[in-house]
Write a protein that binds this ligand. Structure first.
Ligand code: KG4
Ligand code: ZN
Length: 343
């Protein structure tokens, strides 16, 4: 079955055509990052307007690149939530209109559920597996027992990991979102140069907290101000902050692996692009003898192809959403099972 998937939950308008929830025929992503950079973060109203401008050309480009037309499709999928309500509505309304006009089944997908299954587009993962989803809005550990069967084992009690990267990047004078730049500068830095805290490391839970770490960076900068973008201490600072985030993510993932009994691990979301995190998760997997799946960076970051994996499963199993579905700005993954039953 060929699916068209549309993603518009935050600041990327994306569309993809995927065969059988496995083979990506096209994946187009139009990023608004440059527009929001001057405001230091995503401006919801601007995001909605940009999605409106981009969504039709992006869908057309995805179909064109895949060499297909609506008559070739077996269904349409769209991100239903969580995300910015106005932004979600653009992709979802487009998907509804296309499904209605072309008499295609429609399925609404949870954005985080998409991230969970992005690695299936490279190599299928057997159930059950443990998943760490680290993005601009999420830092969650889930046990995944099947499509629609998710249990939250831990989550951030304040900032998400990507949010912490972006806020620290802002303190360092980088433009939004600065996570990737911290990663690049950290390559030449000493991760042991500054001893930043490892929040909640020994609290016995699988939860995270990153807001204190951001404050620790701020306090450090107030005590030892940088002279500018060429200050030689900048790479050390980036590497030390990144090491603190990675240490906590790896330690909590390790604890969750132990607690859940899973021997397969998926790491997903934009922060899974981070080179230190990828390396350290590789070491953890080697030490524990577990199977590790981290998608290529293009599939870690927001895209529409990832939605097609669960969408294909749901449609193949007769679970359509219907045209009445609403955008859900807040939509915890655990509640999906009930939602599916209602589909
Ligand atoms: O999943 P994603 O593309 O969008 C959301 O759903 O939030 O994640 C975006 C987040 C941003 O906070 C961005 O700074 C972070 O992922 N990010 C990184 C890296 N690349 C993207 N953080 C650390 N290192 C990176 N290389
Ligand atoms: Zn995302």
């Amino acid at each position: 079955m060929l699916l068209l998937a549309i993603e518009s939950s935050c600041d990327e308008t994306a569309a993809a055509v995927v065969r059988d929830g496995r083979t990506v025929l096209s994946s187009v992503v139009a990023s608004q990052i440059a527009v929001h950079a001057e405001y230091g973060g995503v401006v919801p109203e601007i995001a909605s307007r940009r999605h409106l401008e981009a969504v039709v050309p992006v869908v057309e480009q995805a179909l064109h690149q895949a060499g297909v037309w609506f008559s070739d499709l077996g269904g349409v999928a769209a991100t239903q939530g969580p995300g910015l309500a106005g932004a979600l509505l653009v992709g979802l309304s487009t998907a509804k209109a296309l499904a209605f006009a072309n008499r295609l089944p429609l399925v609404g997908i949870n954005h985080i559920e998409g991230h969970l299954f992005a690695s299936f587009l490279e190599r299928p993962v057997e159930f059950p597996f443990l998943a760490l989803v680290v993005s601009g809005g999420h830092s969650h550990l889930y046990r995944v027992d099947g499509f629609g069967r998710y249990r939250t084992l831990g989550q951030t009690i304040d900032d998400a990991a990507g949010e912490a990267f972006d806020k620290v990047a802002k303190l360092l004078g980088f433009s939004y979102p600065g996570g990737a730049l911290i990663d690049r500068l950290a390559v030449d830095g000493d991760p042991a140069a500054v001893k930043f805290p490892r929040p909640l490391l020994h609290d016995g839970s699988c939860n995270f907290s990153f807001s204190g770490l951001k404050t620790a960076v701020l306090t450090h900068l107030q005590k030892f101000p940088l002279s500018g973008p060429d200050d030689p201490r900048l790479p050390d600072l980036c590497a030390s902050f990144q090491a603190a985030v990675c240490d906590v993510l790896v330690a909590k993932t390790s604890a969750a692996l132990m607690g859940s009994g899973c021997n397969r691990l998926v790491v997903a979301g934009g922060v899974a692009c981070n080179s230190a995190l990828r390396r350290e998760m590789g070491c953890l997997a080697d030490e524990r003898g577990i199977e590790l799946h981290i998608p290529t960076p293009a599939l870690c970051a927001d895209n529409a192809a990832m939605l097609a994996v669960p969408a294909d499963y749901y449609l193949e199993h007769g679970m359509e959403s219907g045209l009445g579905l609403d955008a859900l700005a807040v939509w915890p993954l655990d509640s999906i099972t009930a939602h599916l039953a209602a589909r």
